[in-house]
Design a protein around this ligand. Structure first.
Ligand SMILES: Nc1ncnc2c1ncn2[C@@H]1O[C@H](COP(=O)(O)OP(=O)(O)OP(=O)(O)O)[C@@H](O)[C@H]1O
Length: 268
């Protein structure tokens, strides 16, 4: 797939190169009495693949909901390429592409209808939208499925259409929440490879939330979230050195105080 080759004209990314892609400062969030995020601060450099690693319930989806302005944090500040998500939601959200954990395509509409609808929500004119949809689908070898109802696609194909949808407005920062959940090993590898290529070749910044340790690459930046608290932030090599461990699996166990997990995150 050559998604990256379709995306390198974006003006968003050029103007944003010098700013942090995402910056959280002292962000907390509670559901009633339950604290889901506790004083979380970090900054993501542009054009990096950053893994947000945490077990189920660690707070990853809550963090994505705050960054995408679905909720407002009662405490703290969130900036996307320098734009405060609360004060300037429009400019901040224009930088963002999001693939949520839950499937959100309309199963009874075709691939093209779903994508055109999303493009119109972003104010992309029909001619440009059709052109981008054609190019992006071609790049993932799905041109022949464009008129098909989403209901007829496999889980992996639906995920890839959702990624195309998130890229239509040419965001600078792509958030993916457990994007490979429920997919077979081949689909997982393809999606991960394609997203990494977007970072490498098109300069997109990616925040990849997962509980699967084997999705972390040796050159990645990682943020480890444990019960709402950020317990590690940095390149894999620095986290291994800091924890005195040899593998990210061991480091994760040490940081979160859980017994050793199997490499596919068997304990959740
Ligand atoms: N709508 C809600 N109402 C009450 N508590 C919630 C709600 N959503 C999440 N929580 C709680 O907040 C905490 C963080 O949940 P969150 O969904 O953000 O974690 P997560 O890391 O995304 O986990 P998962 O991968 O299972 O979705 C958990 O304790 C969860 O039970």
């Amino acid at each position: 797939m050559k998604l990256e080759s379709r995306l390198d004209e974006t003006s968003n990314r050029q103007e944003s190169a010098a700013l942090a892609a995402l910056e959280l400062t002292s962000v907390s969030y509670s559901y009633g009495q339950r604290k889901a995020l506790d004083n979380v601060s970090f900054s993501i450099e542009p054009s990096r693949f950053t893994v947000l690693l945490g077990l189920n319930g660690a707070g990853k989806t809550t963090l994505f909901s705050l960054v995408s302005h679905l909720f407002s944090p009662p405490a703290g500040r969130i900036r996307v390429f320098g734009q405060d998500i609360d004060r300037n939601p429009g400019p901040a959200l224009r930088h963002l592409g999001i693939v949520f954990q839950a499937r959100t395509l309309d199963l009874d509409l075709s691939v093209r209808q779903n994508l055109l609808y999303h493009a119109s929500l972003h104010g992309i004119g029909s001619r440009v939208a059709r052109q981008r949809i054609d190019e992006l689908l071609r790049s993932i070898d799905m041109s022949d499925r464009i008129e098909e109802k989403v209901r007829g696609l496999s889980g992996g194909q639906i995920r890839r259409v959702e990624i195309v949808r998130a890229l239509l407005h040419r965001p600078s920062l792509l958030l993916l929440d457990e994007a490979t959940v429920g997919l077979d090993i081949k689909s997982r590898a393809t999606i991960l490879r394609d997203i990494r290529a977007l970072v490498e070749h098109a300069g997109i910044s990616v925040l990849w939330a997962t509980h699967l340790i084997d999705e972390v690459g040796q050159a990645d930046q990682i943020l480890v979230l444990d019960q709402g608290k950020l317990v590690a932030d940095g390149p894999v090599s620095a986290i291994l050195a800091h924890t005195g461990t040899e593998t990210i699996n061991q480091a994760f166990s040490k940081l979160t105080g859980i017994a050793d997990m199997n490499i596919r995150g068997g304990k959740q």
